[in-house]
Design a protein. Structure first.
Ligand code: GTP
Ligand code: MN
Ligand code: MN
Length: 613
């Protein structure tokens, strides 16, 4: 069985010397680390200090082991090739182990915490034999900030430690902040591949048995078997979304799968916007948008996770708790995201991309044609018969400060006050380019009914579209019905200070399957209308499903687009919407008594309007 979660009452039992803790480390931290070391039996223990020298040592270790190879064209950059069986998040191996099954809700995999502790206790017993155990103290958000949180990840993967250096604030300062408190999240990760005396290692050790487990009551994370980012960088999806969403429920704030940006006009207008889209639906792209309309610029604040808390002024204040970007590489190009291309010219860890003959990286969509002499993501000469050169979920990892568009105050501890929240997904039909929710409760309904096509190729009827409420389906650490209630409550608390809520859809298609809307930089036009709605200067028309731009209110100046196409972007097909409501009702039904009545009211209201208008 696993040792208990750290608590200040259990410190006394441990001999701190056994884990070579840095001077001044909190005894509670040391006691917990010692209890983990006793279970995992590593050959040695290394405490991460977050320094440049440490990063270099990790890189040297990984080069020796063959985990990474240099990318000579980009200084300080490396390519990691994972085991071909360890390339993505594993939703079916992700577990929420709450005491009460109801607390996990119908959309999560639940396991009884006691029996899970037994299973994990067996797997983790001696799991780090022959390996180094790294202890990574980290802070999500600036250390000591009013919205920030602390954690410790223990891992036996140097790839994880190096990635954490880029993605979070790692090291001594975070460790010192843990002094005298047990308000930090304990997270244990092992690749699950102990080495016997004299046994040779492989470049990417992992274990086909995998568990990504969360214990919401004790705030613990235990991850076994995979070294892929979403399963192994425990600060990200496991802590900053699944555990943090539970903390947010208990403490009265929000932890969301959102981008965060500021859009500014030369004349002083500005908009702070947070947006939730499901994975691979454009958060990183929108966060780095280069507006095509004159006068506006976008500053990036975050591309994947946002923590929001009501401030003393009654407004909702938001930070990006991360320190870097872990973005999807395929499809990223000078044309679609020049900012991302510019930030990856140096000091980047690439995972599962292809390598060119002249020592650069490549992926599908970077250029039209694949260059000659490519080595694919599995290290073989590229042959289209083996599939794509880069894995479709290939990623880049860079520090946030490397983005040319990063806001100068992106790491301000208090964050920024949110004006607008947008929800979107990949919807080939039906959902208009942009629409405003009538009020907060309607906005929560819009968030709760987010849905998206799994792949752009799978064109099809409503049934093939997956509901992904708030883009949080894989990331909500508790009952999603209770999560909806928490959002509705937040609206009451914020009242007249509540951000305005919108829905967007960049992905509506014409009869030939082409996108109706040019997207990318042109999305600034939609954000400009949103800014106008917030300021009270842009006109809107109330429709059955929400408020849409009035005639001429959406700035289309200089855009080559037919009136008929614009019509189509905003067309409401009442019959199709009524059909969809049947699906929404079934989706809501699974939450039973946990579903807030406000969402039922909104559903009935939309249905009534569609039937009567
Ligand atoms: P995660 O990092 O997995 O959470 O996903 P994400 O939401 O950050 O997705 P990302 O920005 O990486 O989405 C990339 C995909 O969306 C690529 O295929 C892009 O080409 C496409 N995309 C982004 N913005 C637009 C747009 O405005 N129009 C169209 N047509 N495609 C877009
Ligand atoms: Mn994401
Ligand atoms: Mn992203």
């Amino acid at each position: 069985i696993l040792p208990p979660a750290p608590s200040r009452s259990t410190f006394k039992t441990v001999k701190p010397a056994s884990v070579s803790a840095p001077d001044g480390a909190d005894p509670g931290v040391v006691a917990w680390v010692a209890s983990i070391a006793e279970l995992l039996e590593p050959k040695d223990v290394v405490w991460a200090d977050g320094s440049q020298e440490e990063l270099q040592r990790l890189i040297d270790t990984m080069l020796d082991a063959g985990t990474i190879v240099p990318v000579p064209k980009r200084p300080g950059s490396y390519l990691a090739r994972s085991n071909p069986d360890d390339v993505a998040r594993m939703e079916d191996r992700t577990f929420i182990c709450s005491e009460d099954r109801e607390d996990a809700g119908p959309t999560n995999n639940w396991r009884d915490p006691e029996s899970m502790r037994q299973v994990l206790g067996g797997l983790f017993d001696g799991a780090m034999r022959g390996r180094t155990m790294y202890v990574i103290p980290f802070s999500m958000g600036p250390v000591g900030g009013p919205i920030s949180k602390l954690g410790i990840e223990i891992t036996d993967s140097p790839y994880v430690v190096a990635s954490m250096h880029y993605m979070t604030r790692v090291g001594t300062e975070a460790l010192q902040a843990m002094h005298g408190t047990d308000d930090w999240v304990p997270a244990v990760h092992s690749v699950g591949a102990p080495l016997a005396e004299g046994e040779a290692d492989v470049p990417w050790p992992c274990n086909p048995t995998r568990y990504i487990s969360h214990f919401p009551e004790t705030r613990e994370i235990w991850s076994f078997g995979s070294a892929y980012g979403g399963n192994a960088l425990l600060a990200k999806k496991c802590f900053a979304l699944r555990i943090a969403s539970v903390q947010a429920r208990d403490e009265g704030w929000l932890a969301e799968h959102m981008l965060l940006l500021r859009m500014k006009h030369e004349d002083g207008r500005q908009l702070h916007l947070a947006g939730a889209f499901p994975s691979a639906c454009g958060k990183t792209n929108l966060a780095m948008l280069q507006p095509t309309i004159p006068g506006w610029t976008v500053e990036t604040l975050g591309d994947d996770i946002v923590w929001m808390r009501p401030g003393d002024d009654g407004r909702l204040w938001a930070i990006n708790p991360e320190n870097g970007f872990f973005g999807v590489a395929p499809g990223t190009s000078e044309k679609t995201n020049a900012t991302a291309m510019a930030m990856m010219t140096h000091d980047t860890i690439f995972t599962n991309v292809a390598l060119t003959a002249d020592g650069d990286v490549w992926w599908e969509g970077m250029t039209k044609e694949a260059p000659e002499g490519l080595i694919d993501w599995q290290g073989r000469p590229y042959d289209p018969a083996n599939g794509p050169a880069a894995h479709p979920n290939a990623r880049f990892t860079v520090r946030a400060e490397q983005a040319p568009s990063i806001a100068p105050d992106w790491d301000a501890p208090q964050g920024v006050p949110i004006d607008a929240i947008i929800f979107g997904g990949r919807r080939p039909t039906q959902v208009p380019l942009v629409m405003q929710a009538r009020d907060w409760e309607h906005g929560v309904y819009v968030g709760a009914t987010v849905s998206s096509q799994q792949t752009a190729a799978a064109e099809g009827p409503v049934g093939e579209i997956r509901r992904d409420p708030f883009a949080m389906l894989p990331f909500c650490g508790y009952n999603m019905g209770d999560y909806f209630t928490h959002w509705i409550d937040m609206g009451h608390r914020l009242s007249r200070h509540a951000p305005k809520i919108f829905s967007v859809n960049w992905f509506r298609r014409d009869d030939e399957g082409g996108f109706l809307w040019p997207g990318f930089g042109e999305n600034a036009r939609v954000l400009e209308w949103i800014a106008g709605r917030v300021a009270g200067t842009a006109a809107g028309v109330d429709t059955a499903i929400g408020v849409m731009p009035a005639e001429g209110a959406l700035n289309l100046e200089g855009l080559d687009i037919d009136d008929a196409v614009v019509q189509e972007l905003f067309e409401i097909d009442a019959k199709a919407w009524l059909g969809e409501l049947v699906d929404v009702e079934a989706f809501f039904g699974q939450f039973g008594r946990a579903l807030p009545t406000g969402l039922v009211r909104q559903l009935n209201h939309v249905r009534w309007r569609l039937e009567h208008v």
